[in-house]
Write a protein that binds this ligand. Structure first.
Ligand code: SAM
Length: 220
């Protein structure tokens, strides 16, 4: 079973999204296990403090190294081979290829920041820093959820039709998915491309490939 450990100040963030659709089914089927671990539990002071003000001044607070590093160590104690990923806007961009790479591991640990981010020294305790994109979220939890969701749907046996994941956008050299159509054949004056109604599978294949390439060129 693939495992995911999430180090977070808000374990409850994951309750609802993991209790519906594909992630829910994958958890119920025993394909993946998800443990959201409260970083605050690793703070040893009386007030369970996890943040402090930045040296040198400036607005906001930072995640303190002691509880965060203690939570990483606890994650490694549970799974000594774990790959620890820090979610941060300064990280490398998360991609479909990276999601696929993660499925080849026995599991991952996702570290979520809050406030103005992490004390820089924490970076020395993780294996990789990943960003979801060039924008700033209020916390690492939505980013961790996206990573987890993208990985879960690629795990063997999760999708009803394994072909779906193979045909998804970005799977082949960054090429996007082709345009899809379903019933009705005419919607508010807009029809369906004739070739899709032709029953000619070779022609349909050719059209889809051409559309995917055209769309990829236009959007990149
Ligand atoms: N001061 C930080 C900066 O400008 O890079 C932003 C901190 S953000 C408000 C708080 C936390 O949200 C970060 O520590 C990180 O865990 C998460 N986060 C925000 N944007 C993200 C992104 N694009 N990708 C991944 N994680 C992100």
């Amino acid at each position: 079973m693939f495992y995911a450990q999430i180090l977070t100040l808000f374990p409850e963030f994951f309750d609802s999204p993991l209790s519906c659709s594909i992630p829910k089914r994958a958890i119920e089927a025993g394909i993946v296990s998800v443990d959201a671990i409260q970083i605050r539990d690793f703070a040893t002071d009386k007030h369970h403090k996890v943040d402090d003000s930045p040296y040198g001044g400036g607005p906001g607070m930072l995640m303190k190294p002691e509880p965060v590093v203690a939570s990483i160590r606890a994650a490694r104690d549970r799974h000594p081979d774990t790959h620890v990923v820090m979610l941060t806007p300064s990280g490398a961009r998360f991609t479909q290829a990276k999601a696929l790479e993660f499925t080849e591991k026995s599991g991952i640990t996702l570290l979520c920041g809050r406030y103005e981010g992490f004390d820089e020294r924490i970076c020395d305790y993780v294996d990789e820093e990943l960003s979801l994109g060039d924008y700033v979220l209020s916390g690492g939890e939505p980013a961790a959820l996206c990573v987890l969701d993208a990985v879960i749907r690629l795990l063997p046996e999760v999708l009803g039709s394994p072909e779906s994941a193979v045909l998804d956008s970005f799977t082949e050299e960054g090429i996007l998915d082709w345009p899809h159509y379903t019933r009705p054949e005419m919607f508010e004056g807009k029809g369906v491309p004739e070739v899709l109604l032709s029953g000619n599978h070779a022609e349909i294949e050719k059209w889809r490939r051409a559309q995917a390439i055209k769309r990829s060129k236009k959007r990149v």
